[in-house]
Ligand binder design. Structure first.
Ligand SMILES: C[S@@+](CC[C@H](N)C(=O)[O-])C[C@H]1O[C@@H](n2cnc3c(N)ncnc32)[C@H](O)[C@@H]1O
Ligand code: SF4
Length: 413
């Protein structure tokens, strides 16, 4: 039966989506040449005291939009949050708990760089309430770490990996592949070392040349498409053999160890992002909107001091929401239930009925009406599949100034 779709309209939620909190810490020891995240060289000690004050003030301003809602995951990302002292992270988490109802089993992740590893400080992060560590290993090969401009070598990566596992147990390693001049054997050696350490979760990213990075201006000698595909196949096969399920495009986990925070992004849950340049996607009973905080750390500190943390706030329109939902959900190997579209967007699935039928007829989506799930072909041509849901539509600017709108950028990846 066809459902009539109103030409215009607002979302209607009977229950709001689950809510996560993202906290952005924008400083690093050094800027990596491939990185387009909002991260800035610290040049001395970052102003952690003033920044934690600003984060908590930012959270206070945001409370009316999320009043009474429970938070089941927190992700402290960057940048390099592990540059901060354990006392600063403790004050941050105590301040978050005093203002937000965290569930008793909340997943609290902190991103760390092996070049900033100190056992006592990391034990302090755990004592502060961090119960999951995401370690930016990138590679276990000295030549590749050098080519990536990393501040740590292979020995430090390995030592940080082992210590992180002994302190937290619940650890993710970020690794990248298709590195400059990388061979299949070298990528396999990286996977083998990671598997020897045995973290419950691994993120394997294809190194991409992002605009506004040094690598974009001066590209290194990367493997060509065929060589990169061979490396990818070898990496994925080794992870599957070792019992890690590929539950998302770049995320692999032992059963039951999927990242709850990232799953909430991909399942189109809500998230409040606080800190410099952080993105939020929030729902109210009759609207969905996005926010972006001021991006430059100094400007963010000043604007929060004036009570104005937001650089931009825009409503997500009915024309955009189908694409935004699919941009996230179709990354998941298992897809999502068809019912979750209405639950998470506030609109009936009928608003994307034509696009869904098109994707099924092209063999990119599974034909089962109870799920929205990419086929193997759909996963391979994910960008094409997602693009089928793109529409030319206007966006409602809710508050000035409108500077730039960016699609959902799950800040923790
Ligand atoms: C925000 S970074 C934070 C991790 C931490 N700052 C570090 O680098 O150790 C998250 C992850 O994104 C990945 N990443 C960053 N830039 C990338 C790029 N251009 N291509 C692929 N992956 C990238 C890296 O694996 C990195 O660990
Ligand atoms: S990759 Fe990580 S350490 Fe390097 S600049 Fe980006 S956020 Fe900082």
């Amino acid at each position: 039966m066809k459902v009539a779709v109103p030409a215009i309209g607002r979302p209607r939620f009977t229950a709001l989506p689950p809510l996560s909190l993202y906290v952005h810490i924008p400083w690093c020891v050094r800027k990596c040449p491939y990185c387009d995240f909002n991260s800035h060289e610290a040049r001395g000690d970052p102003p952690e005291g003033a920044y934690v004050d600003a984060l908590l003030a930012d959270l206070e301003f945001a409370l009316p939009a999320i009043w009474g809602r429970k938070v089941a995951t927190v992700f402290i990302g960057g940048g390099t949050p592990s540059l901060f002292s354990a006392a600063a992270i403790d004050r941050l988490l105590a301040g978050v708990r005093a203002r937000l109802p965290l569930t008793p089993d909340a997943e609290i992740t902190l991103e760390a760089n092996p070049g900033t590893f100190e056992r006592d400080r990391f034990a302090g992060f755990k004592a502060a309430g961090v119960n999951r560590l995401s370690l930016g290993i990138q590679s276990f090969d000295d030549a590749h770490l050098g080519a990536l401009g990393r501040i740590h070598d292979a020995r430090e990566a390995r030592a940080a990996a082992e210590a992180a596992l002994s302190i937290f147990g619940n650890v993710n390693f970020d690794l990248m592949y298709a590195l400059p001049e990388q061979t299949v054997a070298q990528a396999q050696a990286d996977v083998a070392t990671a598997l020897e350490c045995g973290p419950p979760h691994l993120s394997f990213y294809h190194l991409t040349l992002e605009p506004n990075t040094l690598f974009h201006r001066h590209p290194p000698p990367l493997p060509d498409d065929d060589a990169a595909a061979d490396i990818e196949d070898a990496v994925h096969a080794a992870l599957a053999d070792a019992g890690y399920g590929r539950y998302e495009t770049s995320a692999f986990a032992r059963p039951g160890h999927e990242s709850r925070h990232n799953l909430n992004y991909w399942q189109f849950g809500d998230y409040l992002g606080i800190g410099a340049g952080a993105h939020s996607k929030l729902s109210l009973p009759d609207r969905v909107f996005r926010q972006v905080r001021w991006k430059q750390p100094q400007q963010y500190l000043e604007q929060v001091g004036r009570g104005l943390p937001l650089q931009e706030e825009t409503a997500v329109t009915r024309d955009d929401i189908g694409f935004e939902f699919m941009l996230n959900a179709l990354r998941l190997t298992a897809g999502v239930t068809a019912a979750s579209f209405a639950e998470r967007t506030g609109y009936p699935l009928a608003i994307v009925e034509r696009e869904l039928a098109d994707a099924v007829s092209r063999g990119l989506l599974d034909g089962n009406p109870a799920t929205i799930r990419p086929t193997a072909l759909g996963r391979r041509f994910l960008n094409d599949l997602q693009a089928l849901f793109l529409r030319d539509g206007g966006r409602d600017v809710v508050t000035a100034p409108l500077v730039r709108w960016e699609p959902a950028a799950p800040a923790g990846r």
